[in-house]
Write a new protein. Structure first.
Ligand code: AMP
Ligand code: GLY
Length: 427
């Protein structure tokens, strides 16, 4: 088979790495890919949002399956365009991708289908939103309706912060049209977990639970980022909790989308707050999580390619999805200054040395190949990923690898996985 993977980050590198292990696959293309993927894939000079060129390329080369990494092309309807051209593409249709693309859509949908989530109100008028926030008080959460590259959410611990977030989105238009409406939500208390699930429109098969680390600094301090690391399995999600998530969140979501004429195919990502009164949906995403994918796919024992085909064809129920018993940890090495302004082009050394230890894989997130070597080319630069039978030893192994890699200004959290250790010690 010929496979095309769309995207350029650590998530897509992990997808390409896993797909390359399939005996079904003869050639992988990545659009646009990155230097890490170039080991297994032919990287193309086509960006992830250039849908017309991607369709034309897949048609010309006879690509058998296209896998879409990021949310933007999904929201723009890339899967619909591929389907119209008679090409198989893994991911939800444009209307189904609204589960991520519009917070208002997702909240109304959850309300209709009784899916547990934070209480909310929606506004298209800034003054009305501000008056509501003043009445409700803090803590309170403000969310821009549309896609805002992960920056559209403010968890406000005082009313002034909430009012500023509303002004920023609705009056200053910091997120463009994405902030024309806002959702104001109850602030949930608990610990977060990410559940990714394969879906074929009717059947939903969850992957192993994972946990992201969004804040920049140790102890969950500092500004929010795209994610500074992850681990899996997440002991917070016990087998009983997973069963409850399946019954109260995943199954009603997929059944509800089908009943409303928007069958959901691809990966459904439920970002959950595990509260004292059970799981609550914080967000749905319409794709693999980043960096969660980097710690989930190494645990997938089955071939990923037939699973993705089954999701496209509606045969997931008959398709084996088996997992190994490993633990997996990824530490994000980021550019100095991230998530604010940062410099690019710093030479990276030590990746090969780090990967010499068994069970270490360095996924590239923001890198570029230059004549002198691989250099930094983004905020999140590398995902240093370790697998092993035991979470404590795997965390140590990941950090041993991190310490072998160097670039000017590199920053990383030193406590990825600490919450898993704490929970395992107290349980
Ligand atoms: P989102 O982009 O919707 O995932 O939100 C980003 C982050 O904001 C989440 O990962 C949570 O940490 C936090 N968050 C979002 N909604 C809530 C909520 N209702 N209560 C508490 N925290 C929230
Ligand atoms: N890890 C958060 C996300 O993929 O949205």
């Amino acid at each position: 088979m010929k496979i095309l993977v769309i995207g350029s980050g650590g998530r897509e590198h992990a997808l390409v790495w896993k797909i390359a292990q399939s005996p079904l696959v003869e050639h992988i293309y990545a659009a646009p890919g990155n230097p890490g993927m170039a080991r297994y894939a032919e990287c193309l000079d086509i960006t992830a949002n250039d849908i017309a060129r991607l369709v034309a390329f897949a048609r010309e080369k006879g690509v058998d399956l296209t896998v879409v990494g990021p949310e933007d092309p999904l929201a723009y309807g890339i899967v619909d365009r591929f389907t119209e051209a008679g090409l198989a593409a893994f991911g939800p249709s444009g209307v189904a991708a609204q589960l991520e693309g519009s917070k208002v859509f997702a909240k109304r949908f959850m309300e209709r289908h009784n899916i547990p989530t934070a209480a909310y109100a929606e506004f298209d008028d800034a003054e009305a939103a501000i008056a509501y926030v003043r009445k409700q008080g803090a803590p309170i959460v403000i969310k821009a309706d549309g896609l805002a590259a992960g920056k559209g959410v403010t968890v406000a611990h005082d009313v002034d912060t909430a009012v500023n977030a509303i002004r920023e989105a609705m009056i200053e238009c910091a997120f463009g049209a994405a902030g024309a409406k806002v959702v104001v939500e109850e602030c949930l208390i608990g610990e977060e977990a990410s559940i990714l699930a394969f879906c074929d429109g009717k059947t939903v098969v969850p992957m192993i639970a994972s946990q992201d680390h969004k804040p920049l600094l140790d102890g969950d301090a500092g500004p929010n980022t795209g994610g500074m690391g992850a681990y899996s399995p997440a002991p917070l999600v016990t087998p009983d909790m997973m069963a409850e998530i399946q019954r109260r969140v995943l199954e009603p979501c997929v059944a509800g989308m089908a009943a409303e004429g928007m069958p959901y195919k691809g990966v459904l990502y439920a970002g959950l707050m595990i509260t004292a009164s059970g799981p609550r949906v914080v967000e749905f995403n319409c794709r693999f999580g980043d960096p969660e994918t980097q710690v989930v796919l190494p645990q997938l024992q089955s071939d990923l390619v037939p699973i993705m085909q089954a999701c496209c064809e509606g045969t997931l129920r008959e398709t084996p999805v088996a997992w190994n018993d490993d633990a997996c940890v990824t530490v994000v090495m980021a550019s100095g200054g991230y998530p604010k302004a940062y410099e690019k082009g710093k030479l990276i050394t030590g990746i090969d040395d780090a990967e010499r230890e068994p069970g270490i894989k360095v996924f590239h997130a923001g890198t570029k190949q230059m004549p002198e070597g691989v250099v930094t080319n983004g905020g999140r630069v590398l995902n240093v990923t370790a697998s092993g039978p035991d979470i404590a030893a795997t965390i140590e192994k990941a950090y041993r690898a991190v310490h072998k890699i160097h670039f000017d200004g590199a920053q990383f959290r030193t406590d990825i996985g600490a919450k898993a250790l704490a929970r395992l010690t107290t349980d």
